[in-house]
Write a protein of this length. Structure first.
Length: 338
């Protein structure tokens, strides 16, 4: 539902705290710091060819992907912004092999922050929407110190999750486990303004998002689903489907939150030993949390993503998310095949 009153992110968080008591001070600080870091990343993104932000570095990351300059910039901005506040114990990122523990010179908090600093890296140089995805966990137990194990919690335990999309508008989407709110960056005042809350993903859709070039590598249930969509009005679904694939998960998920749809990055035969391309802890979990909070669904084709027990920090997962009825259909096709 669009809002007409101008409510800033700070006011929203304060009111959430007052009305629902769901945001401890440390979590509020964390969200505000992440949102501020996203503003800095947005500024870097916007510089484009005028700043030293396009192109690749010489490095490759733990996933074996070439690291883009903006992947590193965004990673550094997020770390620098979050280190000193006393709200975090440690951070984990797509661009870091292992966890980053808050240095001794700062107080340690009880939260853990995970992020994909720059999602949609292949779109940076071509000026197409990209984003930042983040997930917040609470350190369970009171043991001193923090280790990778502390991060291996099922997604349903997330205290908050969000993403920022750097597109024609810069939009921050947030859930604290109490529905989904959207904030648009007002560049004149530099503040995040609440522009939607109680976001709901329509249950049905006629739009799917998948990288069709991988068709020959998919498993039967995914082929069956897409094949039925492609048959349109004349096929078993009795309606024509449209296709979109931005190749930035943030942008595809944002479209789905706005007008419905289904997004899939399934397992495929190119890398048969890996469960999928996307990463569970800082891509699939936060997006699944947001989509569920908006009334949608998210599975790996078989199980609810938020119930998966992670085993490794950079674990991958097959992803099916979006409009509830379509996700349930794809999941049922996998069950039939089994
Ligand atoms: P990242 O840029 O963080 O590595 O993530 C890219 C992901 C995701 O955003 C997108 O949906 C998918 O990779 C695109 O993959 P293809 O290039 O295989 O279509
Ligand atoms: Mn990504
Ligand atoms: Mn990334």
């Amino acid at each position: 539902m669009p809002t007409t009153r101008r409510i800033s992110l700070t006011q929203y968080l304060v009111e959430q705290q007052r009305e629902h008591g769901r945001i401890p001070g440390e979590l509020r600080l964390l969200i505000e710091v992440v949102a501020r870091a996203c503003k800095r990343i947005a500024i870097a993104v916007n510089k484009g060819a005028l700043g030293d932000v396009l192109g690749s570095t010489e490095q490759s990351n733990v996933q074996g992907e070439i690291v883009k300059k903006l992947d590193l910039i965004a990673n550094e901005v997020l770390i620098e912004a979050n280190e000193w506040g006393g709200h975090l114990a440690a951070m984990a990122s797509e661009e870091m092999d292992s966890i980053h523990v808050v240095p001794n010179r700062y107080p340690q908090g009880e939260y853990l922050l995970l992020f994909d600093p720059l999602d949609g890296s292949s779109n940076i140089d071509v000026n197409v929407s990209i984003g930042t995805i983040f997930s917040v966990l609470r350190k369970v137990g009171h043991a001193r110190g923090v280790s990778e194990e502390d991060f291996l919690q099922p997604g349903r335990q997330q205290a908050a999750a969000g993403y920022c999309v750097y597109g024609p508008q810069t939009t921050l989407v947030l859930t604290l486990g109490n529905g989904v709110a959207m904030f648009t960056l007002d560049r004149e005042t530099g503040s995040w303004v609440l522009t939607a809350q109680g976001v709901q993903v329509p249950e049905d859709t006629k739009e799917f998002a998948i990288n069709m070039s991988n068709l020959r590598h998919w498993d039967m249930p995914v082929r069956r689903y897409i094949d039925e969509c492609l048959q349109g009005k004349e096929g078993p679904r009795g309606k024509d489907f449209n296709m979109r694939w931005v190749a930035s998960m943030v942008a595809d998920v944002h479209r789905i939150l706005t007008r419905g749809g289904i997004f899939m990055y399934p397992w495929d035969k190119r890398e048969p030993d890996k469960p999928g391309k996307l990463r569970l802890l800082y891509e699939a979990n936060p997006m699944a949390f947001i989509v569920e909070q908006a009334g949608g669904a998210a599975t790996n084709g078989r199980e609810r993503i938020l119930d998966l027990q992670p085993r490794k920090l950079h674990e991958r997962v097959s992803v099916v998310l979006g409009s509830r009825n379509e996700v349930e259909r794809v999941t049922a096709y996998h069950r039939d095949a089994a």
